[in-house]
Design a protein around this ligand. Structure first.
Ligand code: ZN
Length: 375
């Protein structure tokens, strides 16, 4: 290296260092900053509907959550949600000595940030009665200060009727919660049956955080209610979830005409949803099947060797699927991690293969069955 080159190198090096070390003498290590980036969750649209990723049950310090409302918006944006609702408890505000009780405040504090981040932000609350009947989420609500706060008194019905008066979308939360401590709570109770008959119950949580309330799936299917999956997150999402690979926060996939609050409401009322929690999806057969078919493609045979044919099955989505051979002679088990493919083989004379999608539920005891013709 010539002396001139060495001189230039030292000179430039010093110049670069002095740029970072601005007039105030502070070295700003911006590489440590999180560049603003939003994850894109790849799930295809189905049947001309947009597949919106929603979480419609979460908490802040305005009830028993641990975060300020804006943090919920930041998480939702970063984690690729399209739709969110903060649903703080009406009747349970354990931070009231430090945070003034106001049932509209979380909404007010978060709504501008949600709009600026292109999130569909729906006003909600959680009607928190003793179990049974337990908790109900009301979203698309009006003034939340109208709701009844006293859960010690037997005002379960009037409490829910406030949401009805406001034309809210009402869903029953985590029906199996406290099932072991309170006898009979995990049943299709009279209270819920009455709400349903009056058309005042519109959905049920099948996934709540890490819990799969299997019976709730049957109730939703049998009563034509929206199948819901929510995080019910109280802490930071990154604190509670082992995010990565196929783990996202629990959510509801909503098949909506447009990416607007009105369209979300229309889709929820029509029950066009699939609930998603880690490896699992659950919903009405029609929606689960359409979603699976939009995500997974079984290709034509690409190779024949003697008596065997070879096929490729591809998962174009961020969902995870495990398939177990149900009938036919071929590959026994297929694991489709997000955005991966597998090779499937079968005897050349095999006409089709039928698999049970072990990670896709259409009833508590029934999985989606899919048939692949072998061309
Ligand atoms: Zn909750």
């Amino acid at each position: 290296m010539s002396k001139l080159k060495l001189f230039l190198l030292i000179f430039l090096g010093t110049a670069i260092l002095s740029q970072a070390q601005t007039e105030d003498g502070v070295l700003r290590m911006n590489e440590f900053r999180n560049p603003k980036k939003r994850q894109i969750i790849q799930i295809p649209n189905i049947d001309g509907f947009q597949t919106l990723k929603s979480d419609l049950h979460m908490h802040t310090v305005f009830s028993d959550g641990h975060v300020w409302p804006n943090v919920r918006v930041q998480e939702a944006w970063q984690e690729g949600l399209d739709v969110m609702s903060i649903t703080d408890h009406i009747e349970y505000t354990p931070h009231s000595a430090d945070v003034k009780v106001s049932h509209n405040r979380a909404w007010e504090l978060a709504k501008d940030l949600a709009t600026e981040n292109n999130l569909v932000f729906i006003k909600g609350t959680e009607i928190t009665r003793n179990t049974p009947p337990g908790h109900f989420n009301a979203i698309f609500i009006g003034d939340a200060s109208d709701y009844i706060e006293d859960r010690a008194n037997e005002k379960d019905k009037p409490a829910v009727m406030k949401a009805v008066e406001q034309n809210a979308f009402i869903f029953w939360n985590h029906p199996g919660w406290k099932v072991n401590s309170i006898e009979g709570s995990y049943e299709w109770i009279d209270f819920v049956d009455e709400l349903k008959k009056e058309n005042n119950l519109h959905g049920i949580e099948v996934f709540n955080g890490f819990g799969f309330h299997k019976k709730a799936l049957d109730w939703a299917v049998d009563n034509n209610l929206a199948v819901m999956g929510t995080s019910d997150i109280h802490n930071l999402v990154v604190h509670d979830y082992n995010l990565g690979d196929y783990v996202h926060r629990t959510m509801t996939l909503v098949f909506a005409k447009e990416r607007t609050a009105e369209s979300v409401r229309e889709a929820l009322d029509a029950g066009r949803t699939v609930a998603w929690a880690s490896k699992y999806i659950a919903g009405k057969e029609e929606h689960v099947r359409n979603l699976f078919n939009a995500c997974v493609e079984f290709g034509a045979s690409f190779h024949t060797k003697g008596e065997r044919k070879y096929f490729e099955i591809r998962n174009y989505s961020d969902l995870y699927f495990e398939l177990e051979l149900e009938s036919g002679n071929g590959t026994e088990k297929i694991t489709l991690f997000p955005q991966t493919a597998q090779v499937v083989t079968a005897p050349a004379d095999q006409k089709s293969l039928t698999y049970k999608v072990a990670t896709a539920f259409i009833r508590s005891d029934k999985n989606l069955l899919v048939e692949f013709p072998l061309n």
